[in-house]
Design a protein around this ligand. Structure first.
Ligand code: TXA
Ligand code: MG
Length: 331
């Protein structure tokens, strides 16, 4: 495994490696992805193996130009309403942290979609991701670059620590900007359904296509359509306990406990700085989302007995933060 920079020369090398069937971790605006050419079965198999990811959990295909949409999506299977939604969403919210579920073309390997008739498609806005995709095969399958069920990586160091020996290359593009995975929106449903909360808020999506449904937070196992819905997912190794806003203020400090506040506590007592993180000083939801996995990685490294984490306000990206927190919680 080698760590590359984002220089032209390094990106050309990473792109050529992808095209040749190697697996490469790279930054997107959400989290780091572990990429492989979607048409290369052995690359796909190595992605599942590296992540220890069950084969029933399908991958997201990443493109870097709108002209590539119908290399992946079966246009003939779209009715006029779905086609219109795809058009306006791709105009208004792409490139960006939104993944769309659509009928797949026959050519897309079943391994990428776990045998589903649909495919997840995303056009990331990170310039490094775009360049890498364009310079390679134009269609890169990439799950988040973490072991299945673990915290998602927002820095190259997280990928190295979690998957170092199992990937061929890591492109180090610094810390990711959004910090939470993309929102997954199933356009094959009527109305369209959010199957995973993420970097594109429900409000932003509804402003473009009108009302959407939400997949229930904890569906019974037989109805799981997206493993991002699994109860235990995105979890640190340290047990995590979720707290209502204000609840942390009332608890005495404990040297074996870490604290993740949404915003500074009203009583001004945050406990020991080494064991305390505050997602945002100014109630800025974008800042909170960007810090979320990063700060959980930091607290997780301290080897504490427990991490107590405060819920975020529910609106906008707060829905995605609370979703990740509830899945990270130890049951
Ligand atoms: O922000 C992101 O989306 C990152 C970066 C790397 O792009 N990728 C990412 O991929 O989070 P991953 O594999 O960790 O999550 C993909 C999610 C999973 O919850 C998966 O079940 C769902 O998308 N998914 C993929 N294909 C699907 C399909 N055909 N139907 C329903 N859900 C699908
Ligand atoms: Mg993931």
């Amino acid at each position: 495994m080698e760590i590359l920079s984002t220089s032209d020369k390094d990106l050309e090398w990473a792109a050529a490696s992808l095209a040749a069937g190697f697996i490469v971790a790279f930054p997107t605006e959400t989290v780091y992805g572990l990429g492989g050419d979607v048409f290369n079965l052995s690359a796909l198999a190595r992605i599942f193996e590296a992540k220890n990811r069950p084969y029933f959990d399908p991958l997201i295909v990443h493109i870097a130009e709108k002209d590539a949409i119908f290399r992946i999506v079966d246009k003939s299977a779209l009715n006029a309403v779905i086609r219109e939604r795809l058009t306006v969403l791709s105009e208004r919210l792409w490139p960006g942290p939104l993944t769309l579920i659509l009928p797949k073309r026959r050519e897309i390997p079943d391994l990428a979609t776990s045998g589903l008739p649909t495919v997840a498609l995303r056009f990331p806005r990170h310039p490094v991701a775009q360049k890498l995709i364009r310079l390679s095969t134009g269609a890169i399958a990439a799950p988040s670059a973490n072991p299945f069920g673990a915290l998602s990586p927002t820095r190259a160091e997280h990928v190295k620590a979690q998957l170092g020996g199992k990937v061929d290359l890591i492109v180090d593009g610094g810390r990711t900007e959004v910090g939470l995975e993309s929102t997954v929106l199933d356009l094959t449903q009527e109305p369209p359904r959010i199957v995973r909360h993420g970097g594109a808020s429900r409000e932003a999506i509804e402003a473009v296509i009108g009302p959407v449904d939400l997949a229930s937070v904890e569906p019974p196992p037989e109805s799981i359509v997206s493993p991002g819905q699994l109860k235990s997912h995105y979890a640190p190794r340290t047990p995590l306990v979720l707290c209502k806003p204000g609840e942390l203020d009332k608890l005495p400090d404990n040297p074996r406990e870490g604290r993740l506040y949404f915003s500074p506590p009203k009583n001004g007592r945050t406990g020991t700085p080494e064991r305390t993180r505050i997602l945002t000083e100014t109630e800025d939801m974008t800042e909170a989302a960007a810090n979320f996995f990063d700060m959980l990685h930091e607290l997780d490294k301290l080897g504490l007995a427990v991490i107590r984490a405060e819920e975020a306000p529910r609106s906008g990206l707060g829905a995605a933060i609370n979703d990740r927190l509830s899945r990270a919680e130890s049951v």
